[in-house]
Design a protein around this ligand. Structure first.
Ligand code: PLP
Length: 406
């Protein structure tokens, strides 16, 4: 290789190490679960998005195996050529029903769904020679929402960022733009913000979108299966179930944790996506074991509320007990529980010490979160028994005292 690429990337990698932002991967030696095997020892898992504990659930695994037996391992095609099986359509209907929308469309990931949504809507002329669209986006939105918007052409799309959860600021921006001749106005937000575990003010956003004739787009990847009394997500928790124009989400977290994503909404919009979404048209259809596994996960959720209840009870217990130990957490109701420790070095040392004490948890620090607000992000799961949570709390107490944090 004559290029200087190796020299350049090596320098960049060294820079990542020097700035403490190199992402080191730690291989698990077991299935994802409430307790995992890592580094040759057992550890309580407090870092996964396996909120409902379905990643290693017997019914979900049995369904995935049935999927392979009955429909094969893969489809070797995109949807519109020969990659649509009846199970894809059935899962789309099930997702739509669960979310209270007219229809849904599957993608290989929620990343692909988010990219598809913004680009396919705003880059299409749809019979108009000249037009402008505008997107208002929460400052803390997920990278996939940001990248989806980056695919929108600057010549036809204005992108505006509003301060995190600042509904007054958003309303002001829409008011200022009222007289402008925009074709589409889109408000984009996460349902749950993954660094803080806070829920978007969807009730207010529904009002604002209605008042200004905007489309409300919500990525509920951390909300679906988790929030609301029946796990229907952040809209249910905020009292606006069935009132969100466009909901996207992942099947890679609470819903079995494998892979896949969706857009759900009005049937015309979903039909449009099937024709125009490039990450759908030019990318393989979801494999049968994943479709079967996700279908089983939704079936479990729809059958009874005990898993969602257990997750809520585990979350409430952990939040109460970790605060009682003297740790500062960000208040909230979501199983993402940020334990604030201040400096990056403290978060790093603490997560290492906790792993030695049998708890797997990851730290977040600048530039992912603001300077001085380093944290350990605990993520609670229904796969955890009370004994597991108590073991984790015991380790927090021991390490916290040793490090003079409590
Ligand atoms: C809010 C949000 N949206 C989208 C994604 C991407 O989901 P997927 O893994 O299905 O691409 C994630 C994953 O981290 C996420 O947290």
């Amino acid at each position: 290789m004559t290029s200087n690429v190796i020299e350049l990337v090596t320098k960049e990698l060294e820079q990542l190490e020097a700035s403490n932002t190199y992402k080191h991967e730690v291989p698990l030696q077991s299935a994802q679960d409430g307790v995992v095997q890592v580094g040759g020892r057992k550890a309580v898992m407090l870092a996964s998005n396996n909120y409902l504990g379905l990643s290693n659930h017997a019914a979900v695994k049995a369904a995935a195996i049935r999927g392979i037996r009955e429909y094969g391992f893969g489809v070797a095609s995109v949807r519109f050529i020969c990659g649509t099986q009846d199970i894809h359509i059935a899962l789309e209907k099930k997702i739509a029903k669960f979310l209270g929308t007219e229809d849904a469309i599957l993608f290989s990931s929620c990343w692909a769904a988010n990219e598809a949504f913004f680009a396919s809507l705003t880059n299409e002329k749809m019979g108009m020679e000249t037009y402008r669209d505008v997107i208002y986006s929460d400052r803390l939105n997920h990278a996939s929402i940001i990248d989806g918007q980056r695919l929108c052409r600057a010549e036809t799309t204005d992108r505006k960022i509003y301060a995190h959860a600042d509904t007054d600021g958003l309303a002001r921006a829409l008011e200022e733009d009222r007289g402008k001749d925009y074709r589409l106005r889109i408000i984009a937000t996460d349902g749950v913000f993954s660094m803080e575990g806070d829920l978007a003010p969807l009730d207010r956003l529904v009002e604002i979108a209605g008042k200004y004739g905007a489309i409300l787009f919500v990525d509920d990847s951390h909300g679906v299966g988790v929030c609301g009394r029946s796990g229907r997500g952040t809209p249910e928790a905020r009292g606006v179930h069935g009132k969100i124009d466009v909901l996207t989400g992942t099947l890679g977290k609470a819903i079995g944790g494998a892979a896949g994503g969706y857009i759900s909404g009005r049937k015309e919009l979903i039909a449009f996506m099937r024709q125009k979404a490039r990450t759908y048209i030019f990318s393989n259809s979801l494999p049968p074991p994943i479709v079967f596994g996700a279908d089983a996960a939704f079936a479990l959720l729809m059958k009874d509320r005990s898993i969602v209840k257990k997750l809520a009870a585990n979350t409430a217990y952990f939040r109460e007990q970790i605060a009682a130990l003297g740790f500062r957490i960000l208040a909230g109701e979501h199983p993402i529980v940020p334990v604030m420790v201040g400096e990056a070095s403290v978060a790093q040392e603490m997560s290492r010490a906790l792993l030695k004490a049998g708890v797997y948890i990851r730290g977040l620090w600048y530039p992912v979160v603001p300077k001085g607000e380093a944290r350990l992000r605990a993520q609670i799961s229904a796969a955890l028994g009370k004994k597991d949570i108590d073991r984790a709390l015991g380790a927090f107490e021991k390490v916290g005292k040793k490090m003079n944090l409590i």
